[in-house]
Ligand binder design. Structure first.
Ligand code: FAD
Ligand code: NDP
Length: 316
């Protein structure tokens, strides 16, 4: 029987593992088995340079940062396993998790399964990922390749508006590509985008392809007018998908409370879920900030909440 099992392998899980390991809870971290949907190490494994994680004045690669976070937790006794949780039973005590045929019982569980940025599904998005294609302007917008250059943002919601406004601080011109003739974004955000001198909105337009070469990356997008069907090419060096995120919560359907977008709901100012002994942290419960440092911070909160809860149950 485990005291605490952490599901996930990103910054939230690693930080929760560090804190629970230092509390002598000997956490098991199930970080998933590599597959199309599961990436041990989390989202940062897909990026090159992370420049905004405190403590790295020169920046650090996503893979190195994750290796460091994992090593730090392991130093205090956290045990990482490449296992994907396929089913949970939180109805009875102890809590039970299933990785295929393998069953694990635990007093407490910390959920840190993250979220996945949605892309349009174009082959070129995969080809140019980190070479002009991104789903995070806050992460990549300040990179030299985008400065004073032309970039496009796909989407018409608040995320697209925020990304476009952020990118306008660096880029020479930002084109927002939206498939309809009005934004889904809130009025205030829409107004800011529409009135911004460096932003142009391409209404009724969809991206059908991204052009470029493997060395220099993105050089243009192909746009199709949804009304006339006409296609044209728009030169740009950056393509930011901002059509929403999908939290990795299918596993918890009907078990843990979620909002209308599928994010886990935690009690205000805490990591407690609706299920006794189950805590949530990181992007899986954060529809707003979704940064490595906020994920790590909430991983710390979940570990502290979990440690205190176990103490209250007199499990140590
Ligand atoms: P994730 O990193 O998403 O990790 C979730 C983990 O859960 C994964 O390891 C996955 O394998 C595991 N998992 C999921 N389901 C299961 C399951 N059923 N069983 C077992 N394991 C499971 N943020 C920044 O602050 N700075 C940046 O520069 C930056 N760059 C980014 C670049 C890109 C391309 C992307 C996509 C994101 C970037 N972000 C950046 C955002 C940052 O990566 C996320 O906010 C952060 O990784 C969230 O951490 P997390 O631990 O909540 O989840
Ligand atoms: P939304 O679901 O609100 O918007 C997604 C946008 O992407 C929509 O405009 C949608 O178009 C478009 N889209 C979706 N799929 C496709 C596709 N396949 N091809 C082309 N376009 C597509 O997601 P967001 O991430 O923007 O926002 C999620 C939630 O988070 C919202 O509640 C939002 O208010 C909130 N949020 C709030 C912020 C703030 O308050 N500052 C910042 C960021 C998010 P269409 O409109 O035609 O459906």
């Amino acid at each position: 029987m485990e005291k605490v099992v952490i599901i996930g392998g990103g910054p939230a899980a690693c930080t929760a593992a560090l804190y629970t390991a230092r509390a002598d809870l000997s956490p098991v971290v199930l970080e998933g088995e590599f597959s199309q949907d599961i990436l041990p190490g989390g989202q940062l494994m897909t990026t090159t340079e992370v420049e905004n994680f405190p403590g790295y004045p020169e920046g650090i690669s996503g893979a190195e940062l994750m290796a460091d976070l994992k090593k730090q937790a392991e130093r205090f006794g956290a045990r990482f396993e490449y296992k994907t949780v396929t089913r949970v039973n939180f109805a009875d005590r102890p809590l039970r998790l299933f990785c295929g045929e393998t069953e694990i019982s635990s007093h407490a569980v910390i959920v840190a399964t993250g979220a996945t940025a949605k892309y349009l599904g174009l082959d070129a998005e995969k080809r140019f990922l980190n070479n002009g294609v991104s789903a995070c302007a806050t992460c990549d917008g300040a990179l030299p390749r985008f400065r004073n250059n032309v970039v496009v943002v796909v989407g018409g919601g608040d995320t697209a508006a925020e990304e476009a406004l952020f990118l306008a601080n660096f880029a020479g011109r930002v084109h927002v590509i939206h498939r309809r003739d009005s934004f889904r974004a809130s009025k205030i955000m829409s107004d800011r985008v529409i009135s911004h001198p460096k932003i142009t909105v391409e209404w009724n337009s969809v991206v059908t392809d991204i052009l470029g070469d493997d060395e220099k990356g993105v050089s243009a997008v192909v746009l199709k007018d949804t009304q006339s069907g006409e296609e044209r090419t728009l030169a740009c060096v950056g393509y930011f998908a901002a059509i929403g995120h999908k939290p990795n919560t299918d596993l918890f359907a009907g078990v843990l409370d979620m909002d209308d977008a599928g994010y886990l709901v935690t009690r205000p100012d805490s990591s407690y879920t609706n299920c006794e002994g189950v805590f949530a942290c990181g992007d899986v419960q954060d529809r707003i900030y979704r940064q490595a440092i906020t994920a790590a911070g909430s991983g710390c909160m979940a570990a502290l909440d979990c440690t205190r809860w176990l103490e209250a149950q007199q499990i140590d």
